[in-house]
Design a protein around this ligand. Structure first.
Ligand SMILES: [Zn+2]
Ligand SMILES: [Zn+2]
Ligand SMILES: [Zn+2]
Length: 254
């Protein structure tokens, strides 16, 4: 059994944004409260966390997820990484360093941005112990295969991930043809669709819908949403088979 839990469906500012009193930032609909982007893949009871958002601790508590066996990173932007310290909680449950997988350049980013995590002789604990692995092909996890799929986010190379007939494709505005082929025959796709207006490094709704037309997944959920999207309103405008993700959304795939 494969489960997917959306921990965060929001853009880098989160929704509500600090100091904004627009109708979405003040909405009573819980689906309009968006933490920074992250998901958990549950693979036969073992959990893979995709990205460590700044709200990771709050997200995992809210979703009732007690343990993580492995971490994958999509890319090195702050909204996807900066909850990294809270991984130390899983050193206790695992009894060993947390296995972390990412592109080589993202691992280098992590080492240069959080040098204290990797400094020898830090006194008093308080830091996570991580076992870094560069991704150079499909990953075996608990009897399944996690396939990294390269996509572009402006000039930044991002990894999307596919497991069986599910794929998580966040932070992109261009999916090369070879990668499109790796995203065929999906039951469920979670796809970056920032907002209605264009953006230089993210799909907007129109571009994301064009990609849905090409990939033809059975069901698509848009993520990385801004405060310009009122969930109840925009969801009604989307075609059949396309919905908005929201924090706490949980999917079960056979
Ligand atoms: Zn707002
Ligand atoms: Zn990004
Ligand atoms: Zn992002």
């Amino acid at each position: 059994m494969l489960t997917v839990t959306v921990l965060g469906s929001g853009t880098s500012h989160g929704v509500p944004m600090i100091g904004c009193h627009c109708r979405v930032c003040t909405s009573d609909d819980p689906r309009d409260k968006r933490y920074r982007p992250s998901i958990v893949l549950g693979i036969d009871g073992h959990n893979v966390l995709v990205d460590t958002s700044p709200e990771m601790r709050l997200q995992l508590i809210a979703a009732g997820i007690d343990h993580i066996e492995q971490v994958l990173y999509t890319h090195g932007h702050a909204d996807h990484i900066h909850g990294i310290d809270d991984l130390r909680r899983f050193n206790e449950s695992l009894g060993r360093p947390v296995p972390v997988y990412a592109q080589q350049e993202v691992l280098q980013d992590i080492e240069s941005r959080f040098p204290y995590i990797f400094a020898h002789g830090t006194q008093g604990g308080g830091i996570p112990s991580l076992d870094l692995h560069p991704i150079d092909g499909p990953l075996a996890f608990n009897g399944r295969t996690i396939i990294p799929v390269p996509v572009w986010h402006g000039a930044t190379r991002v990894l999307a991930y596919r497991v069986d007939n599910f794929a998580y494709v966040t932070d992109t505005n261009r999916i090369p043809l070879e990668s499109q082929a790796m995203l065929a025959d999906l039951d469920v796709l979670i796809l970056d669709a920032l907002r209605r207006e264009p953006h230089p490094t993210h799909f907007n709704f129109r571009e994301a819908l064009e990609m849905v037309e090409i990939l033809r997944p059975r069901q698509t959920y848009f993520t990385h949403l801004t405060h310009s999207t009122l969930h109840a309103e925009v969801e009604q405008e989307l075609p059949p088979g396309v919905s908005l993700a929201y924090d706490g959304l949980r999917l079960e795939l056979p």
